[in-house]
Every structure is written in structure tokens, then in C-alpha cells.
Design a protein around this ligand. Structure first.
Ligand SMILES: Cc1ncc(COP(=O)(O)O)c(C=O)c1O
Length: 383
């Protein structure tokens, strides 16, 4: 891990940056040359060997190890899934909502999937209650204080909100939830790879994410972290042969879940995606997440100050401790603004009334210049 990464050298690994100011990493991270090479290696292996179950299993285990290293967890606490949704569904299927503890508290900063899956559990007895956000775009701890009670089974919180980049006070929610006997699921899709995450230090019981954004991998692969203390007591009913204690047993007369978090997997792993994810996470870990986080904080801080000075209204909290890699700018027509910026080679994305500029460590000052100039040139669409 390098404490002083060469940011220009990192930037040079992403060909797209030669012709775009790419600020959409929270939508889909850029393809790095080493990740492209990993995908080519998959094709090469296929052409050479035809089939390579042993090698593919090793690739999946390498991803499991890499995710564990990233989250400061153990490999057997990680399920390699095909999406964040798949991980949440598998976890939900292992929870019993028939007892008096049937409530799920969901923050209003969740990505839709992290609320929809819990609403789907209402047919199994779950009751879902929402923790609303305040005017500053964060969810105050008082909301969780009000909602988490002796009937609460689980609290779903996002680490960084996909709509406005705001951070939830994870340790605060974990403390409240655990005091009251509830579990906490952290959705870190909008932070993992861009923000240092230590699941043990945060105290969360579960965490989900995926590899296509700040982890620089690809779509079609994600992870679920399950703290060791919970694994044996949770038996998913969303399951399959790759979730079994012995995958090779081919036993059709019983379900014998793996003693590890692999019990939250289902079928054949997403093999090509494992190649890409291993390379993407490798690049993140070689660069160093702490260095990446500091670089992004610097870039986003500068962007926020300059955008404010240029007359933009920001929906992201300015306090460094309360925001992630995203800067959300209010617009009268965020879709049209995104299109106009794209025409200038500035790639952002939008949600509701906000244009989202989502930074990675490969961005630089020129990208900030292009964003500020692009927004200032389209003042009629600023809110
Ligand atoms: C915070 C967050 N959670 C979950 C998801 C959805 O993940 P998946 O499509 O892998 O289920 C996204 C996708 O953008 C996200 O940003």
C-alpha cells in the first residue's frame, strides 16, 4: 500500500479520461487497463482451456479474500453474490418475521432496492418503518432513536446516500440498535472503494455492496458481509448448490448450508465478473483506500467551494465527516443539465432535481474546472 500514490500514473490507466471529464463513478466506475486485461484473460482462458472450474473457483476465492481485506473482515464472513440485491434477498430470507420482533427500520436515504426488498418481506410478517431525512439531507439520529424499539429486528442504513452524497452516523445507529436488540445492515455500495470501511470498528452486523462503481470492477458481481457471530444461526431459504457445505456432494435429499457466509450464495458464480472484480479491487488496494479517501475529500471539497462561489446550490452537506465522494448540485431540470454537460464532454448523472458529480481518485483539477465551467455556462438550469 502506497501512502503517496502517483495520481497522474493512476489516471493514465483509464483511457476514457483522455477525452472525458468523467464524474459518474457512483453510477459506474471507469474501466482501467488492468481490468480490461483481466477480462481479456478470461476470454483467453476460455479459448485455451474451454473449461476450468478449478481455476474459476480460485478466482472467486480471490475475490472473497480481496473483499474481506477491504472491509477488514475474514474471508469466511463474505458471500460473493451477483448483486447487492441478491445479498439483501438472501439475508432477508434467513430472517424470521413471525415473532414479535418483526420490524425493519429503513432510512429514507436508501437506494430503492434496500427498501423494496424489506417491503417484499411484509408478506412474511415484516413491518417496515421509515426514518425520514432532515432539511440538510441527512437522517438525524433522533429519527432512529424514535423508531428502533423492542420490536425492531433490523435497521437498514446506507453509508453514503446515492441521491445527495450524505453520510449516515453509522456508529450512532449501531449503538442504538444494539442497545435495543436490533441488527444493522449497512449498504456501502456508494462508499466501498472510495471510503475506508472497517466493519468490525463500525460494529455492523451485515454489509452489502457491489463491484461496478468505486471498486472499478464490473456489473454482475457483489458481496454480502455477515459477521461471524450470526452465520450459524441464519439459514437462507434463497439458496442453491454453491451455498452447500460441500458443493461437490450433489445431495438432492437435503439442504446442508456451508458453515461460512458462503451459505448466502446460490448458483454458479459470475466467473467473468470475478476476473474483473479481482483486478479492480486489486488496483484499489494497491493504491490504498485511505489515500484514495483523502484524495477524494480534497477534490470534492475544492469542487464544493468553487461550485458555491459560482452560484450553485448544493444538496450535499459541506462537513467532510458527513459526506462521501459525491457532490449533488440542484437544478431546475437535472436531466437536461446532464445532457448539456455530456455535450461538453463532462459526464455526470442525475437523480430527481440534482446533478450528481461523483469523484474518484483518478479525477483531477481539470475535471473540476470542466464541471464548474459547464454548470456556469448553463446557469438557466441551475436551481
Ligand atoms: C447504494 C446502492 N445500493 C444498492 C444498489 C443496487 O445494487 P444492485 O443493482 O447490485 O442490486 C445501488 C446501485 O446503484 C446503490 O447505489
Amino acid at each position: 500500500m502506497s501512502s503517496h500514490p502517483d495520481w497522474a500514473a493512476l489516471r493514465a490507466l483509464f483511457p476514457t479520461l483522455q477525452h472525458k471529464a468523467y464524474l459518474a463513478s457512483g453510477s459506474y466506475g471507469l474501466l482501467a487497463k488492468p481490468v480490461e486485461a483481466a477480462l481479456r484473460l478470461y476470454l483467453h482462458d476460455r479459448l485455451e482451456k474451454g473449461v476450468d472450474w478449478g481455476g474459476w473457483g480460485e478466482r472467486q476465492e480471490a475475490v472473497r479474500e480481496a473483499v474481506a481485506g477491504l472491509l477488514n473482515a475474514d474471508a469466511d464472513e463474505i458471500a460473493v453474490t451477483t448483486s447487492a440485491s441478491a445479498g439483501i434477498n438472501s439475508l432477508a430470507s434467513s430472517l424470521d418475521f413471525s415473532d414479535p420482533r418483526n420490524k425493519v427500520v429503513v432510512s429514507n436515504l436508501e437506494f430503492p432496492t434496500g427498501a423494496q426488498i424489506w417491503h417484499a418481506q411484509t408478506s412474511r410478517g415484516a413491518v417496515v418503518e421509515h426514518a425520514p431525512e432532515a432539511a440538510d439531507g441527512t437522517v438525524p439520529l433522533e429519527q432512529f432513536e424514535r423508531l428502533i424499539d423492542a420490536r425492531t429486528k433490523l435497521v437498514q442504513i446506507t453509508h453514503v446516500c446515492y441521491r445527495n452524497g450524505a453520510k449516515i452516523d453509522v456508529p450512532g445507529v449501531v449503538r442504538l440498535a444494539h442497545e435495543r436488540g436490533a441488527l444493522v445492515l449497512l449498504d456501502c455500495f456508494q462508499s466501498v472503494g472510495a471510503v475506508d470501511i472497517d466493519v468490525g470498528a463500525l460494529g455492523v452486523d451485515f454489509a452489502v455492496g457491489g463491484m461496478l462503481k468505486y471498486l472499478l470492477g464490473t456489473a454482475g458481481i457483489g458481496f454480502l458481509y455477515v459477521a461471524r457471530r450470526h452465520i450459524a444461526a441464519l439459514t437462507p431459504t434463497v439458496s442453491g448448490w454453491f451455498a452447500q457445505a460441500d458443493i461437490a456432494a450433489m445431495d438432492i435429499f437435503a439442504n446442508t448450508p456451508s458453515p461460512t457466509a458462503r451459505r448466502f450464495e446460490t448458483g454458479t458464480p459470475p466467473v467473468p465478473n470475478c476476473y474483473a472484480a479481482e483486478a479492480g479491487i486489486g488496483l484499489i488496494r494497491e493504491t490504498g483506500v485511505l489515500a484514495i479517501e483523502a484524495r477524494i475529500r480534497e477534490l470534492t471539497g475544492e469542487a464544493m467551494d468553487r461550485l458555491t462561489a459560482a452560484g450553485c446550490t448544493l444538496a450535499t452537506p459541506r462537513d467532510d465527516a458527513r459526506r462521501g465522494p459525491q457532490v449533488a448540485i440542484r437544478s431546475k431540470d437535472a436531466a437536461a443539465m446532464t445532457e448539456r454537460l455530456a455535450a461538453r464532454g463532462v459526464v455526470v448523472s442525475w437523480r430527481e432535481d440534482k446533478v450528481r458529480a461523483m469523484f474518484h481518485a483518478y479525477n483531477n483539477g481539470a475535471d473540476i474546472d470542466a464541471l464548474v465551467e459547464g454548470l456556469a455556462a448553463n446557469r438557466d438550469l441551475l436551481a
